[in-house]
Write a protein that binds this ligand. Structure first.
Ligand code: FES
Length: 112
């Protein structure tokens, strides 16, 4: 079962689009990024201390190469793979969420 999340054009090229998803298990926060390899979606949770990845509501910090920087302790993530390549959780990775694009919309493929 898939769920319509947002329009493809709603995902900014220089930040992320944070969304709250409601499901039978409760709500959870996810974040979508536009990368050279396409849309990537992750749980909005840093693997270091389990904190959110935004530095302000709905604002995500990307470096000049398009890598995500966690605002809490500076972990850097490759957004194509979700891998942390620098910082306190180096070698760990963001929790990926499967999505698909259809007719300009982003769909969540995973179910709760
Ligand atoms: S919570 Fe993200 S680097 Fe510490």
């Amino acid at each position: 079962m898939s769920r319509k999340l947002c329009r493809l054009v709603d995902v900014p090229p220089d930040s992320g689009l944070g969304l709250r998803i409601e499901g039978p298990g409760g709500s959870r926060h996810i974040v979508l990024f536009k990368t050279p390899a396409g849309i990537r979606a992750y749980q909005d949770v840093c693997p270091h201390q389990g904190r959110g990845l935004a530095f302000a509501p709905g604002e995500y910090l990307l470096d000049d190469r398009g890598n995500l920087i966690c605002p809490h302790h500076g972990a850097s993530f490759d957004l194509t793979s979700g891998a942390c390549f620098s910082g306190p959780c180096e070698g760990d990775r963001l929790s990926a969420i499967e999505t698909r694009i259809e007719k300009g919309w982003v769909y969540l493929e995973a179910s709760d």
